[in-house]
Write a protein that binds this ligand. Sequence first.
Ligand SMILES: Nc1ncnc2c1ncn2[C@@H]1O[C@H](COP(=O)(O)OP(=O)(O)OP(=O)(O)O)[C@@H](O)[C@H]1O
Ligand SMILES: [Mg+2]
Length: 257
Amino acid sequence: MNSPTAPAAAPATETPTTQSQLQMVDGGIHFDGVKAVDGVSITVRSGEVLGLIGPNGSGKTSTLNLLCGMLRATSGSIHLDDRDVTRMSMRHRARLGIVRTFQSGRVFARLSVAENIEAAALGGRLRRSAARKLRDEIIDELGLGAVAAAPASSLPAGQIRTAAIARALATRPRFLLLDEPAAGQNEAEAVDLINTIRGFARRRSCGVLLVEHDMAVVMGTCDRLHVLDSGRTVVEGKPPAVRKDPQVIEIYFGKRY
Ligand SMILES: Nc1ncnc2c1ncn2[C@@H]1O[C@H](COP(=O)(O)OP(=O)(O)OP(=O)(O)O)[C@@H](O)[C@H]1O
Ligand SMILES: [Mg+2]
């Protein structure tokens, strides 16, 4: 177990603090004539949470999938710092630290939550003692203590998703890509989960791309926002400025306000 006096700002399993960026330049993907993403340039920097928002079908998930390699760009390029990863497989990109989670939450159902997290840490090439230390830090920080010994299959859907995020964090990603991680939760729960991920990622210089449809949730949790509509960038900037942008008000709030 961790010492209660261990400073939260300096986790023992912290990865080296190097400034890094994951970038798509003029990226696009077309599906049978539908331009799901059309010339989008987006950069996620280590230590920040970049919120990717926009109406249904605006290309958020496709953009995330282009960055992690689940989709191959039909135009433009993707870079991890100076390295061109445009044609690199998702698996290869994951080995470089570009990690995506899935909305359904992928865990080993028969393993306990703690075992799931430890297995992910070992898969991330930590030695067993370090893997266990990181496992305990993650369980503590994500508030999974009460269910750590329970089989993952016994958890409700929301906690399975949190356990899947815990597994992703255990691989020590340089960039974590989250597609609506708080789906189904209320606003307060969503803000809490995302702020927890944010704190964890910041202390380890991990960059986070957060796809989230709820403007209220991204306002309180993201360092910057990137807004898409019909596969194109509308605006990027700090949350208060984005919220005041007339185009954002029209396309994002127009229907609701
Ligand atoms: N595999 C696919 N085949 C065909 N069309 C697709 C495919 N994936 C996405 N699209 C289309 O591309 C567009 C963008 O979809 P995408 O899922 O990226 O949007 P989104 O912003 O994530 O939407 P949502 O808020 O509903 O999750 C939509 O018109 C969608 O129907
Ligand atoms: Mg989506």
